[in-house]
Design a protein around this ligand. Structure first.
Ligand code: SAM
Ligand code: FES
Length: 348
């Protein structure tokens, strides 16, 4: 298995059969070998500097109905909220003062915010903090909307592809939501010059190892600047309430694989990873991740953005989250930096 890991580091990709073999057949010793290689790769690209992104979850309304997601439109018990322009700008101000130079505006697909309104919010943030990057994560839109946001100043877009396999996609989403459209959006965003983030949940219901291999092959083809992966975690008010969560070990292993596939990709140790294990984010960094995304949303709404059960960091102020993560990173020999943290091509 170590030979396969060496070849992955060299060729940046394996065949589907080899990816399956690697994902299914590795031992603990192989995983340690992978993590060490991934960590070295990450240190070579970024040093011990960890990028932060301030996450602003600005709406819990969503017109979509993904079976796994707590804020799906079909959940009558979800707690809904929207942040006003002023509230969003106040989160950015707070974040800027805390050293954030990237703001991620994330939300359900909420038609209340017209495309023009989103563009206006982007413009307002950019005019107040021109040295900051803006990432949008607001789902599937048409080309005209993506272009409008880009022209308003949005730099990046996160849209997990969720699963590259069209059949698996239909098991996670109702009719009308397709893998084909999701992927088409990603290609479109890329062609508009966004730094693009794709990704998937690890251990989502019905996911097979072949699905994961296809996800890796899709990412190899897309060559996104960012990849967001985290464990699936059930939410008690969804159709997948009784499905088991993805595991820490598998998520860490995939982070290591992704770092070897794409040495300079921006790879977060996600909140979901910190939710399934108290030291999940630290272990994510040690497996090759290089980004953390503390929450800047007002504490009063945090619990309402409940994608899954037991989400961490829902009671703390932004400053507390920032310093908690700083301490966590320091303890493992890394530091949080004040930096936009843009993508740059690989250092050889
Ligand atoms: N609406 C936007 C979109 O669809 O890209 C952004 C928000 S969406 C809630 C953000 C991500 O949360 C999804 O891409 C999904 O992978 C993740 N997510 C949703 N439900 C989850 C769950 N139960 N466990 C783990 N991750 C989940
Ligand atoms: Fe909102 Fe899936 S439930 S995008």
């Amino acid at each position: 298995m170590k030979q396969l890991i060496d070849r992955l580091a060299q060729d940046r990709v394996l065949s589907k059969k080899e990816f399956v073999e690697l994902l299914c057949g590795h031992s603990e010793d192989d995983a340690s070998y992978l993590f060490e290689k991934a960590r070295k790769t990450s240190l070579k690209q970024f040093g011990n500097r960890i990028y932060t992104r301030g996450l602003i979850e600005f709406t819990s309304y969503c017109r979509r109905n993904c079976y796994y997601c707590g804020i799906r439109s079909g959940n009558p018990d979800a707690q809904r909220y929207r942040l006003s322009r002023e509230e969003i700008l106040s989160c950015c101000k707070n974040g800027y003062d805390l050293g954030f130079r990237t703001f991620v505006l994330q939300g359900g697909e909420d038609p209340y915010y017209s495309d023009q309104e989103i563009a206006d919010i982007v413009r307002l943030i950019k005019s107040s903090w021109p040295d900051c990057a803006i990432t949008l994560s607001i789902g599937e839109k048409d080309t005209a909307a993506y272009l409008l946001f880009r022209e308003a100043g949005a730099d990046r877009y996160l849209l997990r592809h969720e699963t590259a396999d069209p059949y698996h996609y239909t098991m996670l989403h109702p009719d009308g939501q397709t893998a084909e459209n999701r992927k088409a959006c990603l290609w479109e965003l890329k062609s508009l010059g966004y730094q693009v983030g794709a990704g998937f949940m690890v251990g989502s219901p019905f996911q097979t190892t072949e699905n994961l291999a296809d996800d890796l092959l899709f990412l190899h083809e897309l060559q996104p600047q960012m990849v967001g992966i985290g464990p699936f975690i059930p939410h008690h008010q969804t159709p997948f309430a009784s499905y088991p969560a993805g595991t820490l070990d598998q998520t860490l292993f995939l982070l290591g694989v992704l770092r070897l596939m794409m040495p300079s990709v921006l790879l977060p140790a996600t909140t979901a990873l910190g939710t399934i294990a108290p030291d999940g984010r630290e272990r994510g960094i040690l497996a090759g991740a290089n980004v953390v995304m503390p929450n800047l949303s007002p504490v009063g709404v945090r619990k309402k953005y409940a994608l899954y059960d037991n989400k961490i960091c829902t009671g703390e102020e932004a400053a507390e989250c920032r310093f908690c993560l700083q301490n966590r990173m320091n303890r493992i020999g890394y530091e949080l930096v004040v930096d936009r943290g843009d993508y740059f091509p690989e250092r050889s």
